[in-house]
Ligand binder design. Structure first.
Ligand code: SAM
Length: 260
């Protein structure tokens, strides 16, 4: 199907939640002088322009990072990466999660990114070229299952699907379970939408049972427009790094001020 395009949503409140936490995790892991692997199953195009007609049309970025950038001090890794892409690509540039990883990780680290949509993949290829990153135009869960456990074993997986198909709510947690068995030391993260109709709930229940020690971070926000189905953003981290619970709590308190 592949009709989802992240440019309509880049920089929205869900991205702020996901990108804020992912940047924190990656920055934390690079404080140790040991190489790591970063695998992302649903990469998107890596770099967005928030003045693109699609982004302006929805207004989600303006109501997202455009409104809450001050939640992150200048030394927060999410702010640091945004500053770097703005310096290089202009004031409307916004980093996707692969760009967060590319700019926070080091030469000794290994990155693998999958993106299935041919145009998104072509755009990703363009922005990531010359960085020594493995890029695959294929199903991301298939890639993750094929390459885990990675070398180096220390590392992070991000699964950030577009949740276009109902079956995703079954296939994604099942794949995560298989990946966790293959890569028991990996920090495995999954983003999901919190939906007004509660479609995500069974899946979150399954994840909680399968991974009782995982960190779950859920935040709510007012729907972007009347009737908008997404009323919040959720992330699950299997094997969360030390201190992530505190960063998640800090962000949750900020989101709570929005009154969702
Ligand atoms: N992670 C990105 C970020 O935060 O910057 C956004 C990713 S977006 C939510 C989901 C992406 O997954 C879309 O670009 C879509 O084309 C891609 N996609 C959909 N199905 C896929 C699949 N089976 N395997 C890999 N990519 C897929």
């Amino acid at each position: 199907m592949l009709s989802y395009q992240h440019i309509f949503h880049a920089g929205n409140l869900a991205d702020v939640h996901k990108h804020g936490l992912m940047a924190w995790v990656l920055d934390y892991l690079t404080q140790k002088d040991k190489p790591l692997t970063y695998i992302e199953t649903h990469a998107g195009r890596g770099l967005y322009r928030l003045d693109a007609p699609e982004a302006v049309k929805t207004g989600e970025a303006a109501a997202g990072i455009g409104r809450v950038a001050d939640w992150f001090g200048a030394d927060h890794p999410y702010a640091r990466v945004r500053d770097l892409v703005v310096a290089e690509h202009g004031p409307a540039a916004y980093p996707g999660s692969p760009m967060l990883a590319a700019l926070l990780l080091r030469d000794m680290d290994s990155l693998m990114l999958a993106e299935l949509h041919p145009q998104e993949f072509a755009a990703l290829n363009e922005v990531m070229k010359g960085r020594g990153i493995r890029l695959e135009n294929r199903d991301g869960l298939e890639l993750a299952l094929a390459v885990t456990p990675p070398d180096p074993r220390r590392g992070v997986l991000l699964i950030d699907p577009s949740w276009e198909m109902k079956t995703d709510y079954d296939t994604v947690p099942r794949a995560l379970d298989r990946i966790a068995r293959k890569w028991p030391v990996g920090i495995l993260s999954l983003w999901y939408p919190i939906l007004a109709d509660g479609r995500h709930r069974n899946m979150v229940g399954t994840l909680t049972k399968t991974f009782p020690d995982a960190l779950k971070s859920e935040v709510r926000f007012p729907p972007h427009r009347a009737g908008h189905g997404m009323v919040g953003s959720g992330m699950v981290f299997v094997n969360p790094p030390w201190g992530l619970d505190q960063e998640a709590a800090r962000l949750a308190a900020k989101f709570a001020e929005l009154g969702g």
